[in-house]
Design a binder for this molecule. Structure first.
Ligand SMILES: Cc1cc2nc3c(=O)[nH]c(=O)nc-3n(C[C@H](O)[C@H](O)[C@H](O)COP(=O)(O)OP(=O)(O)OC[C@H]3O[C@@H](n4cnc5c(N)ncnc54)[C@H](O)[C@@H]3O)c2cc1C
Length: 381
């Protein structure tokens, strides 16, 4: 694996300690009640998790992309829901940084630099998930701005977010070439936050609809040019997908650790179950998969930090592999722990539910495979 820098190791150790001591014990309860853990939100603000990549001149820590992936992995190791909140804020920030002009940066980055200002990413609609070119949320030019009507769904952090990067169309018939991004502040008249979805996993991380009703947005809040929204999605894609891969990696690492500890203590037939080859090989397979995902993710993150940001093919490979891996590892962790693993006394059943989300978010894995094959067809003659 690409060796981590001193600063990256410091970030990892700091967040690991914080999560072990403060986040882990809250994860199960927040999952049960589906209530957003505001105490942990404040903890993340106090420890700089939300402004980790904001440039220093705006008050942030100006750390690299690898550090952001490490942060997501470490949070996910103890709680997928909190990791989803942290990762989706980073995804929103990636789009903002890529698409914003200097005036927009000067307006919003000092707020993001404070560390308590969340940015969201809103692309998905009820009838436009995988088929993102079918967006129906419409932006109509009027006076010195736009009027937007439509509905977004499954938007992470809705209700917590201060600034949404939303994708609409100026003309549905234009499909890709109609997609247009805007910056929408949370208290904009006409922005309605819908009900919180009752999800299988990531339950304490809110996922809601965003409804736009005659929502007026000034031209200054156009992100990039009208019709250039898809370019922005493509530009940010490597980083947003690898963040989800890092989340899957953290969940799998946490499940593997729980399974190993349990297998050393649980005795059947007079010896620890870890001594049965049927169990120990499952643990070995977990380690193989986790280490492969980690090597892949940090290799891509390092390339991004070197300025080689266009890694869409590898990002799809990493997102697909890591999320499928997390599903397998968490399912096997439940198996290793038998009936106890299936109960809420242990964290692995939650990890299994949380892991499932990573196969869907930021483009379902079938769509990643479609992209991977398209690249293969071009690369291999
Ligand atoms: C917890 C959670 C958080 C999310 N957060 C956000 C967010 O913050 N912002 C945001 O914009 N979106 C978010 N999403 C939405 C997510 O990106 C979409 O759910 C995802 O892109 C899939 O879209 P869909 O749900 O409409 O499924 P569909 O597109 O309806 O797909 C259904 C199934 O059909 C398959 N399928 C579709 N087309 C093809 C094809 N061409 N070939 C093969 N198979 C295909 C899919 O892979 C999937 O298995 C979130 C989703 C979840 C579950």
């Amino acid at each position: 694996m690409v060796p981590l820098t001193e600063q990256q190791v410091m970030v990892r150790d700091m967040i690991r300690k914080l999560c072990r001591e403060k986040v882990a014990k809250r994860a199960q309860e927040a999952d049960e009640t589906k209530e957003y853990p505001w105490d942990l939100h404040q903890l993340f603000i106090d420890n700089g998790l939300f402004n980790i990549r904001v440039p220093e001149k705006y008050g942030g820590a100006e750390m690299d992309y690898t550090s952001a992936c490490i942060m997501v992995e470490e949070v996910a190791r103890v709680d997928g829901a909190c990791a989803n909140t942290v990762a989706h804020h980073q995804a929103g920030m990636c789009c903002f940084m890529d698409g914003s002009n200097e005036t927009q940066k000067a307006k919003y980055l000092p707020k993001a630099g404070r560390g308590d200002y969340l940015v969201g990413f809103a692309l998905t609609e009820p009838n436009a998930g995988s088929d993102a070119f079918s967006l129906k949320s419409r932006a109509v030019a009027e006076g010195d701005g736009y009027v937007i009507d439509g509905t977004k769904c499954f938007i992470s952090n809705s209700g917590l977010t201060d600034l949404y990067v939303i994708f609409t169309t100026i003309d549905p018939a234009l499909r890709r070439d109609g997609i247009t991004a805007f910056l929408v502040e949370k208290d904009t008249p006409g922005l309605v936050i819908g009900k919180n979805e009752n999800k299988m996993g990531l339950r304490a991380s809110p996922t809601r609809q965003l409804i736009f009703e005659n929502m007026r947005i000034a031209k200054e809040n156009l992100l990039g040019e009208a019709g250039s929204g898809w370019e922005l999605v493509l530009q940010s894609l490597t980083e947003t997908r690898v963040l989800v891969a890092a989340m899957a990696l953290g969940i799998a690492q946490g499940a593997m650790e729980a399974a190993v500890s349990y297998s050393k203590q649980r005795e059947q037939f007079g010896k620890p179950i870890a001594e049965f080859q049927g169990v120990s090989f499952m643990l070995a397979d977990m380690a193989i998969q986790v280490e492969c995902a980690r090597a892949l993710i940090y290799n891509i993150a390092s390339m991004v930090d070197q300025g080689k940001r266009d890694q869409a093919y590898l990002a799809s490979v990493a997102k697909c592999f890591s999320s499928d891996m997390a599903m397998k590892v968490t399912t096997d962790a439940v198996q290793v722990m038998g009936g106890y693993g299936y109960t809420k006394e242990y964290p692995v059943e939650k990890m299994m539910r949380d892991a499932k989300s990573t196969q869907i978010i930021e483009g379902a894995n079938q769509i990643q495979r479609v992209q991977i094959v398209r690249n293969l067809m071009k690369m291999i003659h």
